[in-house]
Design a protein around this ligand. Structure first.
Ligand SMILES: Cc1ncc(C[n+]2csc(CCOP(=O)(O)OP(=O)(O)O)c2C)c(N)n1
Length: 987
């Protein structure tokens, strides 16, 4: 038996006649057909395609025939609104008067076959739609869309067929049915929606498009407005081409219809409750959208073309090219004001997607937009990028997840049928660039970009659908690119035929103006006047651009008020991150308490008891508890905390247990949300298995929420390189390029514990290499208390910087890695450097200072104790960047007779060695100390971060401790000498 999933291909041809017969039998007596067919026919019922078997008598006839093909969409939508998602769409009542009562079995078969044909159009009609303005993609007759495949002949064309309002008609001739289907599904719009599982959504689309043949009848005013928008879009590019010939602008020409589409989304969206639109897009057409949609002044853009900066000269930052910049504005759409924001983005295509979606989520949180209908995300894509970049499906994956949902994003693909020089057949395996969107059941509207009315209509349907169902929607606008990839590229090198066609092809505005003139909506003179009027306006703006001065940077406003730009080296003021003891105790007790009757796992009960003991004694606070206290104290101060990443609720290493799970019924309890009245919300989300999209999302979230602590945790720190683009392009450099601060925290489990090459190193050398201009903090803290402070510091400073923390694994349970409560109480603060803690020989007697960072400290500490050494001091650098030069200098200056060793677990080409080597040399040069340079003690340079053999690991670790504490300078490894196969250390 053929499976329902490929039903559409067997519903036609010779099968169609057979199936219609079978179906007729099923209607008569369901037990007379194989049960698998019964299931199939029932599924067709669900899709609103089938005929019910609710008839009586043996005489076939339309009077007996109750077609439920016309699912009543209004009833379905009403049911959905009531939240009754499971409710089946109500069947339309049986028609009261039908032609040919007592008609033959033939009439029934006609109805069934006609319904199969209708279904085929719904599924495959888009394949025959007229989508390509250039006519390069040939539309071929598809057999499933041929009525002859269903047993009809030409002689049947004019016979009335009962279809019970399926297309809004009780009955119609086959000729009429085909005409309606062609108009609806094979015009300038092709719709893909039959992959959607939700019957309400399908029914909604069917009704929305079938009743009006998938067209809006625009008023003369509406048409004129579309022409005006096209005139501006085209005129702006032409003007730039004229004034700045050959300058890169990645023009929109060929895709101008996207401007009226965006207008429509905002306008119709506004009517449906949208108040805020956050947008992301790549280079193509960006300047046009900045000017003509975001309403960035033309003169500002012209001034940037003249080489002037986009920000006032007193604002620091390295800036970015003009086609990457973002902006925000307020616009009035028919009396409704909408906040528009276009996210700045790097050249890396599509990577902005999760950032925008994260921003949308944060705005919805702040605006208490629980329905997610007031803040809308809109993403514009290129066709090659949408199909090619993995971050696209990763971002879509988030769209329906509890912790990341934003009520659906509207995706518009500016599908110019080329990616740089690469044609679609080399860009993707499926027929459409948009195919990936089917994975999240998004409806997809393909539309011919040369029919701006169709584009605007589709934009309208898309926003209506999104507002109704809170899912992603895709508009695939098929157009062309008039010039090369940029304006100085020669496209005919690679696409000569396409570009010959384009050269002869009139512009979208010209095509539309001719149409409006032909139908009498505007005169030719009026259409021309729009063009000349706009050019004159641009000329004036161009003149104004010559003396244009930006008077303020659009940042640190609104929710960012009170935050300042850090103007110099990080100030070493002590931050007020400590918290009153009573508050910490109150939070601690809440953490250790589950509600009455909640059946906590036995092992966790022990952990909760241990926490209670920490609170009662004020001693022995472990990592997980210190973290929870840091979060809890922020929450109690009214500052929300959001932590996302893989398995963060429990914690990869089973140390966090931020979510307790009842062992009887799996209900969840989050102690941090039960601290007391007035506290802020703690959101802890187990993320899907994505690094790039989730980290991008959290970064976006942090841009909107300066007063929330937003954290992303990698499962192991090395997995963060799956999100490297987000780190390089946004987190490290976003403030410098675009004046956008972020207080995002990245938690990266790191440390050499013999787990092999993949789980030892978070590769923090990369973060250190990217450190400059106080762009972020990079830390590897060794005590729970310092971790507590560094987290709280994120929101206590009057500026925001991302924080990258190497977090521990074995230290989570290490008996020495604990802190007393009094290191977290009021008056205490984060320590960038932790000095020697033990009572050693007098400072002048210290023969060696071992500097280190992170977990290796405890290995060194224990080895020193074992050896009973009292002339080797161990100093921990807890924050590597910003480099705590003064504090470190102060500590090193205590030991004038010491040599200085830098000990690390990582190979010499990794970890902090390259970063600290010269910096230490500068410090040593400035103080009175025996050492001139630090001696390296660690693994030799290596290709892979760690050995896969535990025995080797243990030997190497021991050797590092031995050498660091007692080795002579000439025994130390030469960091960059090639290691042999035998040993990474001694070759
Ligand atoms: C991640 C990434 N890889 C490569 C590039 C270089 N690049 C810039 S534009 C472009 C083609 C994009 O094609 P498409 O997505 O169809 O957009 P279009 O330029 O045609 O509007 C490429 C490959 C890039 N910017 N980003």
């Amino acid at each position: 038996m053929t499976n329902q999933s490929d039903q559409s291909s067997f519903l036609y041809g010779g099968n169609a006649v057979f199936i219609a017969e079978l179906y007729a039998r099923y209607l008569e007596d369901p037990t007379s057909v194989d049960p698998s067919w019964v299931r199939f026919f029932q599924e067709l019922n669900d899709e609103g395609i089938a005929v019910s078997r609710d008839f009586k008598g043996t005489q076939w006839g339309p009077r007996d025939l109750k077609v439920i093909g016309a699912v009543d969409p209004e009833a379905a939508v009403a049911a959905a609104k009531k939240g009754d998602k499971a409710a089946k769409p109500a069947p339309v009542a049986a028609p009261s008067a039908q032609p040919g009562a007592g008609a033959s079995r033939q009439a029934v078969l006609d109805s069934i076959r006609a319904l199969m044909l209708i279904r085929a159009y719904r599924v495959r009609g888009h394949l025959m739609a007229d989508l390509d303005p250039l006519g390069l993609v040939k539309r071929e007759q598809h057999p499933e869309l041929d009525y002859r495949s269903y047993g009809f002949t030409e002689g049947d064309l004019d016979r009335p067929i009962f279809i019970d309002h399926v297309l809004g008609r009780e009955s119609a001739s086959l000729r009429e049915i085909v005409a309606v289907l062609q108009a609806t599904y094979c015009g300038k719009i092709g719709v893909e929606f039959m992959h959607i599982q939700d019957p309400d959504q399908k029914a909604w689309i069917q009704k929305r498009i079938e009743t009006i043949r998938n067209q809006t009848d625009f008023t003369a005013r509406g048409k004129r407005a579309i022409l005006e928008r096209l005139t501006e879009a085209e005129g702006f590019e032409r003007f730039l081409q004229l004034k700045y010939t050959g300058t890169k602008r990645f023009g929109l020409e060929g895709g101008e219809s996207v401007i009226p589409a965006l207008e429509q989304i905002s306008k119709r969206g506004g009517q449906l409750g949208v108040e805020d639109v956050v947008m992301g897009m790549a280079h193509r057409g960006r300047l046009n959208i900045l000017a003509n949609f975001m309403k960035k002044p033309y003169k500002a853009i012209f001034s940037e073309f003249q080489g002037n900066p986009a920000n006032p000269s007193d604002v620091q930052g390295s800036g970015d090219v003009k086609y990457h910049l973002g902006t925000s504005s307020e616009r009035d759409f028919d009396g409704r004001v909408i906040d528009l924001s276009l996210q700045a983005n790097p050249s890396h295509l599509e990577v902005v997607d999760p950032v925008v979606v994260g921003r949308v989520r944060a705005k919805q949180f702040r605006n208490e937009d629980t329905e997610r209908t007031h803040v809308l995300g809109v993403l514009l894509h290129g066709d090659a990028a949408f199909a090619g970049q993995g971050v696209v499906p990763e971002t879509m994956l988030l769209s329906q997840l509890k912790g990341y949902a934003t009520g659906g994003t509207i995706h518009i693909i500016i599908n110019n049928q080329i990616g740089f020089t690469t044609a679609p057949q080399y860009s993707r395996s499926g027929p459409y660039s948009s195919d990936i969107a089917k994975g999240v059941q998004a409806p997809i509207f393909h539309v011919n970009g040369d029919d701006p009315e169709a584009v605007v209509h589709v934009a309208r349907v898309a926003v209506e659908f999104r507002q109704e169902f809170q899912t992603d929607v895709v508009v695939d606008m098929i157009c062309y690119r008039r010039h090369g990839h940029n304006e100085s590229d020669e496209p005919a090198f690679t696409q000569p035929l396409m570009y010959r066609k384009i050269a002869a092809h009139p512009t979208t505005r010209t095509v539309y103006a001719r149409k409006l003139v032909a139908e009498g909506t505007v005169t030719e003179a009026e259409a021309n006047a729009l063009v000349t009027g706009f050019q004159e306006h641009l000329e004036k703006e161009f003149e104004a651009g010559k003396s244009y001065k930006v008077n303020k940077a659009d940042w640190l406003e609104g929710k960012w008020h009170g935050i300042v730009q850090l103007s110099d080296e990080e100030e070493y003021t002590e931050d007020t991150t400590g918290v009153a003891e009573a508050t910490l105790k109150r939070i601690g007790l809440a953490l250790a308490t589950a509600p009455q009757g909640f059946n906590v796992n036995r092992k966790i009960v022990r952990q909760l008891d241990a926490k209670r003991e920490m609170i009662e004694t004020g001693k022995g606070f472990d990592w997980g508890t210190a973290e929870a206290l840091a979060f809890g104290a922020l929450l109690a101060e009214g500052k929300p905390v959001r932590l996302s990443g893989q398995d963060v609720g429990r914690g990869t290493f089973s140390h966090r247990h931020a979510v307790l799970v009842d062992q009887d019924n799996e209900s969840r309890y989050i102690p941090l949300n039960h601290l007391g009245e007035g506290q802020a919300h703690f959101e802890v989300i187990d993320s899907p298995l994505s690094e790039e999209a989730v980290l991008g999302f959290e970064y976006g979230y942090s841009l909107e929420e300066p007063n929330s602590l937003t954290l992303w945790e990698g499962q192991f720190g090395d997995f963060a390189n799956g999100a490297q683009v987000i780190i390089d392009q946004f987190i490290a450099s976003g403030e410098s390029k675009w004046l956008r601060m972020s207080g995002l925290v990245m938690l990266l489990p790191h440390g050499y514990e013999g787990q092999g090459p993949e789980h030892s190193s978070a590769r923090w050398e990369r973060y250190l290499q990217m450190s400059a201009e106080d762009n972020w903090s990079v830390c590897n803290v060794t005590t729970p208390a310092n971790y507590f402070h560094v987290l709280r510091r994120q929101l206590m400073r009057n500026f925001r910087k991302p924080l990258v923390v190497m977090t521990p694994k074995s230290l989570l349970r290490h008996k020495l890695a604990v802190s007393p409560l009094d290191q977290m109480v009021a008056g205490t603060h984060f320590l960038r450097v932790l000095p020697e803690t033990e009572n050693l020989a007098a400072d002048v007697k210290i023969r060696r200072v071992v500097l280190c960072s992170g977990k290796v400290y405890y290995d060194l500490f224990e080895e020193r104790a074992k050896r009973g050494l009292d002339d080797v001091a161990i100093v921990r650098v807890e924050q590597l960047y910003p480099w705590p030069k003064d504090t470190l200098k102060h500590q090193l200056a205590r030991y004038p007779n010491a040599d200085v060793v830098w000990a690390q677990e990582e190979p010499a080409n990794m970890g902090p060695w390259s970063f600290v080597d010269r910096r230490l040399e500068y410090i040593l040069g400035e103080i009175d100390i025996k050492a001139e340079r630090a001696i390296y003690c660690g693994r030799r340079a290596a290709a892979s971060p760690a050995t896969g053999l535990y025995k080797n690991h243990a030997g190497e670790q021991q050797w590092i401790c031995d050498m660091a504490l007692a080795g002579e300078a000439d025994q130390m490894p030469q960091p960059f000498v090639r290691a042999t196969k035998l040993s990474r250390l001694t070759a």
